[in-house]
Design a protein around this ligand. Sequence first.
Ligand SMILES: NC(=O)C1=CN([C@@H]2O[C@H](COP(=O)(O)OP(=O)(O)OC[C@H]3O[C@@H](n4cnc5c(N)ncnc54)[C@H](O)[C@@H]3O)[C@@H](O)[C@H]2O)[C@@H](O)CC1
Ligand SMILES: Nc1ncnc2c1ncn2[C@@H]1O[C@H](COP(=O)(O)OP(=O)(O)O)[C@@H](O)[C@H]1O
Ligand SMILES: [K+]
Length: 468
Amino acid sequence: MIPPGVPVVSAAAMVAAEQAVFAAGASQIELMERAGTAVAREALRFANQRPVLVLAGPGNNGGDGYVAARLLEEAGLDVTVATMGDAKAGAAAHMRSRWEGRTVALEDAAPRAFLVDGLLGIGKARPFTPDLGDRLRTLVEGAQFVLSIDIPSGFDTDSGDDLGSPVTADRTVALGALKPVHCIGDGLAGCGAVMLADIGIPVESAWHSLARPALARPSARANKYSRGLVVVIEGEMPGAARLSACAAASGAGYVILAGDTASDGQPHAIVRRRVTTPETMTELLDDSRIGAVVVGPGLGRGQNARRMLDLALSSSHALILDGDALSLLGTDAGARLSDRRAPKVLTPHSGEFDRMFGPGGGSKIERTIAGAKESGAHIIHKGGDTVIAAPSGEVILGANGSPWLSTAGTGDVLAGTLATQLAGGALSHLEACEAAVWLHGRAAQLCGPAFHADDLIANLPRAIAECL
Ligand SMILES: NC(=O)C1=CN([C@@H]2O[C@H](COP(=O)(O)OP(=O)(O)OC[C@H]3O[C@@H](n4cnc5c(N)ncnc54)[C@H](O)[C@@H]3O)[C@@H](O)[C@H]2O)[C@@H](O)CC1
Ligand SMILES: Nc1ncnc2c1ncn2[C@@H]1O[C@H](COP(=O)(O)OP(=O)(O)O)[C@@H](O)[C@H]1O
Ligand SMILES: [K+]
């Protein structure tokens, strides 16, 4: 759980934003006092008079920890500080000198019920030595509540990778701005619930956390075409395309399901078109009213699937490429798509993404941006830590869904949901991607536990209602 619609910055960008504030005359000590105050305020909400152990590392994260320890003791709590290394010079050393309470070395610390983790922040973290790691594990396991300062110690800020840290926070106070670790990778589980503390550092970023979209009601003059005509191409596994079509029918004015098996079935509102040959496909796509075409869910990977994909790619319609379409494109995706001028959105899970753009090359955010630039497509790189990237480098981070989404067919539902938002024409491509991911995640929350993809579709109208 992360705050919606706020900037997300890399460690380097956060340091640069801090430097700009210092250059404008702010004092490092004052900033650290504000950071520690925000942490103490959050700790007081949850500590409930329990004994507190503050872990204070050698850098500024530890400095924030010393401030929080002082303020918590002043508030009447029983506080011990466990130190790791000597505080470096500057504000952190100053804050350490102002702490006069009980202090022990981390190696000698005993568990206490409320743990404040100020060991390591966004400075370059190294893995803990085995001895420190073991001690830390004992302290974390012995605590009833763990509150991390800025980020969980021992995680990489930019990739979200856990560097072997035993810290799993219940709650993390992000200082000044969200960082990638709050949104992607192991950080998603390691941070617990994230709250953002404004400590007076202005940040701007092309990266933001996912927010609820503002959707418009149909106008009084709306008709089925003005609300968006969506075409979904059926293939070897027709259930997948039907899921996409049914999802699209929540909101689109007109949905056509085109394929071989297409004659009847529920819901009757979806128009079936028999499309089995290149000629019938060409005829179908020769309709300027089409707002978006979904190709890939259950398409298959044989000759016919390849032909249908080629025809869709050579059309001038906005395309949503999912599932088998992504596998068929494979390593040619970048080259083939960058030549296509009409809009395209790719919705890969991590296996499909790796097949197209390779498995290496930085964090999930950096890799998704690189894929978007290479292909000229918007990309929704799915998973619990969904990353949406535009070719411009703009990024939306974080899914609001639930791990119960990890069931077959939910991706097909996302593709159909996205088609509706694109075909409606009211949103930019990035906004349409964000709206689709939000609606899909919200529908999952409304489903609760143990649902299947059809249940998700049934909850889309309720999710949409929250955005009007
Ligand atoms: N610059 C500022 O004034 C502000 C910074 N803030 C805090 O400062 C933090 C960043 O501070 P720093 O840049 O000092 O970075 P850290 O506090 O992350 O500390 C990095 C230091 O820890 C050492 N270290 C890394 N891994 C280690 C390991 N496994 N064992 C032992 N030592 C290890 C490094 O060598 C380095 O000296 C932020 O996360 C935030 O908590 C806040 O106080 C807001 C204001
Ligand atoms: N652990 C998880 N937490 C949250 N969302 C998840 C998780 N696992 C998968 N999802 C979401 O579920 C959907 C699964 O899509 P996909 O893998 O394409 O499935 P399928 O092809 O069977 O429809 C995606 O929207 C993805 O982001
Ligand atoms: K920390």
